[in-house]
Design a protein around this ligand. Structure first.
Ligand SMILES: [Zn+2]
Ligand SMILES: [Zn+2]
Length: 670
């Protein structure tokens, strides 16, 4: 019998580690959380230093008993949960509830490889009390907010609603953006592009120049007539080269992924939403069956805000780049990337565990999604240790009377890191890169100062100013990160939760607040302005980091938060009343007006005479149910699993869809 017991949180991880540790170790999985705050009570003593009362989660008693049994006769017990705050706290709770009084050690590692696991067991340690304090602080804060806000939402809007602390900030950003879009009015403007050619050489292809200035002022053309008039004036003018500027530009390699950048790029390049990215990354981290006895961990831990890379991995990737791309692509010294102030230095960036395992070599073992994400992580890591790309940018000023045109071209001198990173098909490129591309397409021939150019055509084009774009998973995570809200473990759950509650709907990849989302947000902003203030929330997040560093006590953070919260709460509890949303429809049973209500299954019309008259009506989308012979209409509904469309003939017809049927695009996104 093995002398050592190792506890991890997932069965796959257990299997992957078993292979590495060998027969002396018995590795078992706790199958996720065992202990948490009670589901139906506050579980926090706000009068006594916010003491949490953790309980065994109902239904988990069996696994707890099993863990106890496994521990019998073992010399050492190691807890090897994930290497972050949450993993530390889960491990600690298992130790306290299950193995009290036993010799329990903590091991943590950022990748599941023989080397990393070996090092971790060599340096088995005590639990990190500060890290646990920070996690408990976060859990208690979130519990207090959720527990007290929900009943207020029930009172004002509808039963069953809930609101979280950081999720509400995400919702607020989305709602505020939507209001900017609603207020926006587009204004028209025109651009004029000249297609020019070099007269001295025959057969030379033409190039494009854009009108930038008129009489030394920025060209601002508002109407078609003005654009036409300018073209008319320009027709017989001489186009003469005024100045040529050539600059060499470098584009530096990006840092290897951290959680936020991986989620952003996986959305931009693969159209994965944040939750999907994390799910697939976790599979790659915990281990994939690649035709060997047991699964093999392919990437480092996916929840991190540190771009650091282990020295051995840097050495390995530099050698690999030299072999695959050539010595010219390896920088003299390894590229170093700065972490954010709050980042945990001990952590590592997300990278492949073995550079030798190319995406190509794994193609028989990874499914489509795993392959695409692995490729993205792999190529990003390679490129992060490569030389910058070099461009020669050409900008030519061309004068025609009082009009100044500018032709921009860009020529790639050295591919650098782009050799590795451009391999992946980009579905949506960053604006900057888009511009760069346009310049690259415009081939400006060699020109001389004073040279007179031929004019092929003048093309006026109509444009409109654009409203700010709705957030996507990618841009919301970027905004949350810039504002200092959220941490590697929270970006994906923030988006997931507000969608699940139907406060936000993801339509063609963009986050649209629902009517309910507007209402919930407006109530929170009205009654809890400080609690859902972006700066205040960022400062609380920062203070939780300080708790982890040991420079601040958990109680101090909780008190700082609870004081303003309690004030708002008391006021809200005394003043919030039910909101009645009237309609111009009347009840067909009693003639009283119908009002809009939210129920467990979504929005519906109810008789204002309730409870005397119990008449109610669904609100249909006006779209016919696609089930043949049904004749019903689709209705907005939501369930525990989030928003969907159901049929008005339910339960006779059980058609459901996440989207209206015409919306084929969306189907793919699931
Ligand atoms: Zn009625
Ligand atoms: Zn139907």
């Amino acid at each position: 019998m093995s002398k050592n017991l190792v506890i991890v949180e997932s069965p796959t991880k257990a299997k992957t580690i078993t292979k590495i540790l060998g027969d002396d170790f018995r590795v078992i999985s706790s199958m996720g959380h065992i202990i948490d705050l009670p589901a139906k009570k506050l579980g926090v003593d706000v009068e006594d230093k916010f003491k949490p009362a953790y309980v065994v989660i109902p239904g988990r008693k069996k696994i707890l008993a099993q863990l106890k049994k496994e521990a019998k006769g073992k010399e050492n017990i190691y807890i090897a949960t994930d290497p972050d705050r949450e993993g530390e706290a889960i491990g600690w709770q298992i130790k306290e509830k299950v193995f009290k009084g036993k010799n329990v050690m903590r091991v943590s590692f950022h990748e599941i490889t023989p080397h990393a696991i070996g090092e971790a067991f060599k340096h088995a340690r005590e639990f990190d009390a500060q890290m646990i304090e920070a996690q408990v602080g976060r859990r208690v804060l979130d519990r207090i907010v959720g527990y007290f806000l929900s009943p207020l939402l029930w009172k004002k809007i509808a039963r069953g609603l809930s609101a979280g602390r950081v999720q509400s900030i995400g919702l607020r950003l989305i709602v505020e953006r939507e209001r900017q879009i609603q207020k926006f009015t587009a204004s028209e403007y025109w651009e004029i592009t000249a297609e020019l050619f070099k007269q001295k050489v025959s057969g030379e292809s033409s190039f494009l120049a854009k009108l930038e200035k008129i009489d030394n002022q920025k060209a601002e053309i508002k109407r078609n007539e003005d654009a036409q008039e300018i073209c008319r004036q320009l027709k017989d003018k001489e186009f003469k080269v005024l100045e040529i500027k050539k600059t060499e530009k470098k584009r530096y390699a990006p840092a290897p992924f951290i959680t936020s950048t991986m989620q952003q790029e996986a959305f931009n390049k693969l159209r994965f939403n944040a939750s999907k990215t994390m799910l697939v990354a976790q599979q790659l981290y915990e281990g994939i069956d690649i035709g060997e006895d047991n699964p093999v961990g392919l990437i480092t831990y996916m929840r991190t805000d540190s771009p650091n890379v282990a020295a051995e991995a840097i050495q390995e990737v530099r050698e690999h780049i030299g072999r695959s791309f050539g010595k010219d692509f390896v920088p003299e010294k390894p590229n170093v990337f700065k972490a954010k102030k709050s980042a945990q230095q001990a952590h590592e960036a997300i990278r492949p565990s073995y550079v030798s395992r190319s995406p190509e070599s794994l193609k028989d073992f990874l499914n489509h999604d795993q392959m695409r994400l692995y490729e993205l992580i792999y190529n990003r890591f390679l490129s992060s240790q490569m030389k910058p790309a070099e461009f020669l940018a050409t900008s030519v000023d061309i004068q025609a009377d009082k009009y100044l045109f500018v032709a921009n071209g860009s020529h790639l001198l050295f591919e650098g890191f782009l050799a590795a990173y451009n391999k992946i098909q980009e579905e949506e490129e960053k604006e900057e890169q888009e511009e760069e591309k346009e310049k690259t397409k415009n081939v400006v021939p060699p020109l001389e100062k004073g040279e007179v150019l031929g004019l092929n055509t003048l093309v006026p084009s109509q444009h409109f100013t654009k409203p700010p774009a709705r957030y996507s998973d990618s841009s919301l995570i970027k905004a949350l990160e810039e504002e200092g809200i959220g941490r590697p473990s929270t970006y994906a759950p923030i988006i997931y939760t507000i969608i699940l509650r139907d406060y936000v709907r993801r339509i063609k990849g963009y986050l649209n607040p629902s009517e309910l989302g507007f209402k919930v947000n407006d109530m929170l902003v009205e009654y809890f302005p400080k609690i859902i203030d972006v700066k205040f929330t960022a400062s609380i997040e920062e203070k939780l980091d300080e708790v982890e560093e040991g420079t601040l006590s958990r109680i101090a953070v909780l008190e700082e938060f609870y004081q303003p919260f309690k004030e708002s709460l008391d006021f809200a509890q005394a003043n919030i009343v039910k909101e009645v949303i009237t309609t111009d429809q009347v009840c067909d049973k009693c003639g009283k007006p119908l009002i809009v209500k939210w129920g467990r299954r979504g929005k519906f019309l109810s008789c204002s005479g309730f409870p005397e008259c119990k008449n109610s009506k669904s609100i249909t989308s006006g779209v016919k149910c696609p089930t043949e012979g049904c004749g019903g209409e689709l209705i907005e509904r939501h369930s525990k699993r989030g928003f969907f469309y159901g049929c008005s003939n339910f339960p006779k017809c059980t058609f459901t869809s996440r989207n209206l049927p015409e919306d084929k695009e969306e189907e793919k996104e699931k």
